[in-house]
Design a protein around this ligand. Structure first.
Ligand code: G16
Length: 536
């Protein structure tokens, strides 16, 4: 079999490139939706080739997650539900920028270079979030995939982690679970119900659905959980705009309640992002102060829970936590000193965290923004299974850990699965949000965005904690940081928005804000700031 270049070029001519340079960034391609049809067509082509190369089903998720509703994007999902392999990201970037008339030769070059078999059976599985632009973009992906092969499966509207889950289920012949949306709810809810102890009827939670796909999906899940949980969904998309003054990204960056939700002190609340792969917990304390429990709080809770089960069962497994530079300094210290687990810091982007987590028997990874999960190696699962079978007291903890594994979507961060994981741990520890929050206190922190002419002038090293360009910027940041008690700050170009991100933390709220704005102003000066100067 070979690619029918004539058909390809006639279809491709309907998808001419705009005058834009596309790059496969932190989470695939993201930009204004009206620029994306040509990219989607090309990603349909690439996904079909990747499917043939791996002889497995490949996922294509159409979403721009936390970005505004006018944006959209696409990311490819590899056979085990993980992010696209690095070497294929460069094929993605070159195809996305390839003129229609050159596509045939570009595809042939990929076939040659990878040695893939065009006769191999293949399937592209696609889904999209609730963005209005999604349907048209999905059609473009299908048109692309069909130029290479006829099989594709369109799952319509799903959360990003649901598609990751389904791809893994298909490629493990159902070993990971039933490859359907219902199968996903069944697997998670069964594990959740098995693990609950005590009076479950007490669990009530308010969900900020970001006016996105997660709002409907958590309502679906509720049907499988019966009376054990009472979920009230706000910002469910019936009136508000996607990610507009709501959702996990808004809550994390602004450190405040989302709009569209009324909260009484101590009520348990969570925020999802636009495609439901991130979750944050929050509540109002009795002093009326907004309290945020972010990805760092989740990783500490999960790591200490697993560590406890392992030590009760006297099972030695290599457990580690992966964070990024955004992790609060206090969380890192708590993990190292109190939970006593190794902590690694990697570049932003779940693919980097996931990759590092694979080095452990059990890897817990979370970005502070609420994006994360746990991965259990085959060796760990086999050991846990063998301990669970021992007719000894330790078997109880290990049977529970096996159920716990079924609660986790190991393919990628998943707001719904993470919610069930956290609720299970809180239930078993008898914790409310205040107990959980009291495990350690965060240093005050602030994130800012600086608009510059070209954010790629910022180059970073050491897991994005230091800049090497523009010259002199890092020295200025160092001076500012050294003048502040418990100060830490770094800057990096965003991979999903046209901004430079600034992070700062320090001993007090006012020192933190002063440091953040001072660093933001240095970025503005050194990296060609545009528009108004950053000011508090
Ligand atoms: C994506 C990535 C995350 C990353 C976030 C922000 O999240 O999947 O790993 O933390 O973008 O990235 P950046 O700072 O480079 O803009 P999402 O939820 O939008 O897919």
């Amino acid at each position: 079999m070979s690619i029918n270049i004539e058909t390809l070029q006639s279809v491709a001519s309907q998808y001419p490139l705009p005058a834009v340079k596309f790059t496969y960034g932190t989470a695939g391609f993201r930009t204004k939706a009206d620029l994306l049809e040509p990219v989607m067509f090309r990603m349909g082509l690439l996904a079909a080739l990747r499917s043939k190369a791996t002889q497995a089903s490949i996922g294509v998720m159409i979403t721009a997650s936390h970005n505004p509703v006018e944006d959209n994007g696409v990311k490819l999902i590899d056979p085990m539900g993980e992010m696209l392999k690095d070497s294929w990201e460069s094929y993605a970037t070159s195809l996305a920028n390839c003129r229609a008339e050159d596509l045939g030769s570009a595809l042939e070059a990929i076939v040659k270079e990878t040695g893939l078999d065009l006769n191999a059976k293949s399937c592209v599985c696609l889904a999209r979030d609730t963005r209005p632009s999604g349907l048209k973009l999905a059609e473009a992906v299908i048109e692309g995939a069909k130029c290479i092969q006829k099989d594709y499966q369109d799952y319509g509207i799903l959360s990003t982690p649901q598609l990751h889950y389904i791809v893994r289920c298909i490629n493990t012949n159902g070993q990971y679970g039933e490859p359907t949306e219902e199968g996903y709810y069944r697997k998670l809810s069964n594990a959740f119900l098995k693990l609950q102890i005590g009076d479950q009827a007490k669990l009530g939670v308010k969900v900020d659905g970001a006016n996105g796909v997660g709002a409907d999906k958590i309502k679906q899940l509720q049907k499988y959980l019966g009376n054990s949980v009472n979920i009230s969904v706000f910002n469910d998309g019936t009136s508000g705009k996607l990610n507009d003054k709501c959702g996990a990204d808004y809550v994390k960056i602004n450190q405040c309640l989302p709009e569209g939700i009324r909260v009484q002190p101590h009520e348990k609340c969570v925020s999802f992002d636009g495609d439901a792969d991130r979750i944050l917990y929050f509540y109002i304390g009795k002093d009326n102060e907004f309290k945020l429990l972010d990805g760092d709080k989740m990783s500490t809770l999960i790591a200490s829970f697993i560590k406890d089960l392992l030590s009760k069962a006297n099972l030695k497994l290599n457990l580690g936590v992966i964070q990024t530079a955004y992790a609060n300094g206090r969380s890192t210290e708590y993990l190292q000193k109190s939970v006593d687990v190794p902590v690694s810091c990697v570049k932003t982007g779940v693919k980097h965290l996931h990759h590092k987590a694979l080095e452990y028997d059990i890897g817990v990874y979370f970005e502070a923004n609420g994006h994360g999960t746990v991965i259990f190696s085959d060796v760990a699962v086999e050991k846990i299974k063998s301990y669970a079978l021992l007719s000894h007291i330790r078997s109880k903890e290990m049977s529970e850990l096996l159920d716990f594994i079924n609660l986790v979507n190991e393919t990628v961060g998943d707001a719904i699965s993470d919610f069930l994981v956290i609720e299970t741990i809180l239930n078993r520890k008898g914790y409310n949000l205040n107990d959980w929050n009291s495990m350690y206190s965060d240093l005050p922190n602030r994130q800012l965005k600086v608009k510059v002419k070209d954010r790629t002038v910022i180059k970073t090293i050491k897991a994005e904690t230091e800049t090497t360009s523009p010259e002199g910027l890092q020295e200025e940041i160092n001076k500012l940081v050294s003048a502040v008690k418990a100060g830490r700050s770094f800057v990096r170009p965003s991979g999903t928005e046209d901004v430079v991100r600034v992070y700062a933390e320090a001993e007090t709220r006012s020192l933190t804000d002063e440091l953040a704005y001072a660093v933001a102003n240095k970025v503005y000066d050194f990296a060609g700031g545009v528009g108004p100067r950053p000011q508090a």
